[in-house]
Ligand binder design. Structure first.
Ligand code: B12
Ligand code: SF4
Length: 480
């Protein structure tokens, strides 16, 4: 072995600790670090979002200079890139520097150009590649990497995607911190959080979705881990709340049932959250077992109340089916969060605003609604390009000559205030206690956090000069 002390680094720093940005462990980096542990004992994993001292660049550089012999950095999101590049440029040039992750794969050339110290970019899934790098396999023989050689950048062939059963699940002993829900910087001691990736890929082909494409534009064929390994991982997790970060938990309903059976048989007591499609309503025995096994929340992509938009997005169901399936789902003590997309091609303002009404009608407990975005490799790009008057902003958002980007933002606020009324917040809290997502012991913490959250929200609205507008909308909507 040519390396003895590798450092795996999540380089993102979240000073304004909003819960979402600090909540999730860096799953991809943890997979790679765990894989490295199979060939080297002394692996260190640092998540800078939680490192008070080492998130200071000088302290981190001192730490690296004191014995770390290879630095492996995960760049999964295109946030904070200038800061991350700056950090990479300060890492001593005599220490090999490897980067990987979704955004690193998308931006290989940019990274080599901007960061002269980077030796290798690992493209795509990195579990096998990292082992070969650490074992000193010559660069020209390692599939899936780009590297420097005599002033040039060499791109080796892509590494073929393999079954996820070959990878070990993230070893939580590598962590230095606990991930937990927090409300406006108040940690919720009981609400520790973790994610489990039981499968990668999704066989559906919704046109707006690039989640199942790897950053090389290839579709990740669905690959599921064995039931035993998934439940072994869940048993190794200390967190009370566990999110299955799979694209769709119920792709194989029988397998999902077996996961529930094993959770019940082993007496595991956790609160689970999953992403799934509405078709899960077709499997009552799965839903019953999920409830028994501790599943509390389903995150469901509904996308639109309008059939022509659902067709345009190739979602694979219509609005009647959504209504019908929610009639079934509502019978189970589960919390339902629906995702919607607005600002679709040819969608009118009235159609967009109807999202809030539709969501109330079908009975979802909460919603997220996002403007249509065209990501790299999105198959919707052609439609936007071909439709006169439609444009794609630099952040990928779609807007039109008739409904500008700012107008879309305003529509978003109207959807928000139409759905999220004070009684909705009460309903959400009530439902969380009713289905035992929150337990009585969580009530005190929540009571302490809620006034701070309200003040923060009010403060933000006042700062943006929108308070009057917000109140007006809230009361008008409540009255109607
Ligand atoms: C789950 C998920 C989330 C979760 C985070 C879960 C987590 N545990 O981190 C949540 C909901 C919080 C989230 C939020 C966001 N996400 Co997200 N997310 C995903 C999703 C669906 C899966 C990520 C994942 O866990 N994959 C599984 C792991 C195993 O794969 P991986 O991360 O790619 O890691 C592998 C390789 O990349 C490589 N690798 C990774 N790190 C390293 C490091 C080294 C050294 C090496 C060698 C290799 C290596 O090996 C890993 C193992 O095979 C991806 C889509 C996708 N299919 O990847 C989008 C995705 C990563 N997210 C995306 C976006 C845009 C966001 C948000 C900015 C959305 C928003 N507007 O708020 C936020 C940002 C959050 C943040 N932390 O900064 C984009 C990123 C696009 C981009 N280029 O920036 C993606 C690609 C989706 C998309 N196509 O739009 N996300
Ligand atoms: S939106 Fe969901 S169901 Fe559709 S392709 Fe993406 S992950 Fe699969």
């Amino acid at each position: 072995m040519i390396y003895n002390k590798p450092l795996f680094l999540n380089p993102y720093i979240e000073r304004s600790s909003t819960s979402a940005m600090k909540l999730f462990p860096p799953t991809g980096l943890e997979y790679v670090a765990t894989s490295a542990k199979a060939v080297i004992d002394n692996v260190t994993l640092l998540d800078l979002r939680y490192e008070e001292v080492l998130s200071q660049t000088d302290k981190l550089l001192d730490y690296i200079s004191n014995g770390v012999d290879i630095v492996c950095v995960g760049i999964g999101w295109d946030r904070q890139l200038p800061e991350i590049y700056q950090l990479l440029n300060q890492i001593p040039a005599d220490i090999p520097l490897i980067v990987g992750g979704y955004t690193a794969t998308e931006r290989v050339e940019e990274i080599f150009q901007t960061c002269p110290n980077v030796n290798i970019v690992v493209r795509g899934e990195g579990e096998d590649t990292i082992k070969e790098i650490l074992q000193g396999v010559p660069n020209q023989e390692i599939m899936g990497i780009s590297y420097r050689k005599e002033g040039k950048i060499i791109h080796n062939d892509h590494r073929p995607l393999t079954s996820v059963n070959q990878f070990s699940f993230p070893d939580r002993r590598l962590r230095h911190n606990i991930y937990r829900l927090s409300l406006n910087n108040i940690n919720m001691p009981g609400l520790t959080f973790d994610t489990v990736l039981s499968a990668r890929g999704c066989p559906f082909t919704c046109k707006f979705c690039t989640f199942t494409l790897n950053p090389l534009g290839q579709k990740r064929s669905y690959s599921a881990r064995s039931v035993e390994s998934v439940v072994d991982e869940i048993e190794s997790v200390t967190a009370e709340i566990v999110l299955f970060s799979d694209e769709n938990f119920s792709i194989e309903p029988k397998r999902a049932e077996k996961i529930c059976d094993l959770i019940i048989a082993r007496g595991i007591k956790k609160r689970f959250v999953v992403q799934t499609r509405i078709e899960i309503a077709r499997y009552p025995s799965l839903l019953e077992k999920m409830v028994k096994a501790g599943f509390k929340t389903l995150l469901i992509g509904i996308e639109s109340p309008h059939d022509r938009i659902l067709k345009q997005l190739d979602k694979g169901f219509d609005s009647k089916t959504v209504v019908k399936y929610f009639e079934v789902l509502k019978k189970y003590p589960l919390y339902y969060h629906g995702y919607f997309i607005y600002g679709n091609v040819t969608e009118t303002e009235e159609e967009m605003l109807y999202i809030a009404e539709f969501a109330k009608k079908i009975g979802v407990d909460s919603i997220t609604f996002l403007k249509l975005r065209i990501e790299k490799y999105s198959t919707l790009k052609d439609l936007v390009d071909k439709t006169p008057g439609y444009h794609i902003a630099s952040n990928g958002a779609v807007y039109s000559d008739d409904i500008s980007y700012d107008a879309l933002k305003k529509i978003g606020r109207r959807i928000k205030f139409s759905f999220y009324t004070p009684s909705r917040y009460f309903h959400i809290l009530n439902k969380c206690f009713k289905i035992k997502f929150f337990r009585p012991k969580d009530a005190l913490m929540l009571m302490a956090a809620i006034p701070r959250v309200l003040f923060a929200v009010l403060g933000r609205e006042i700062q943006k000069g929108r308070l009057a507008d917000s109140l007006k909308r809230t009361f008008i909507n409540n009255a109607s």
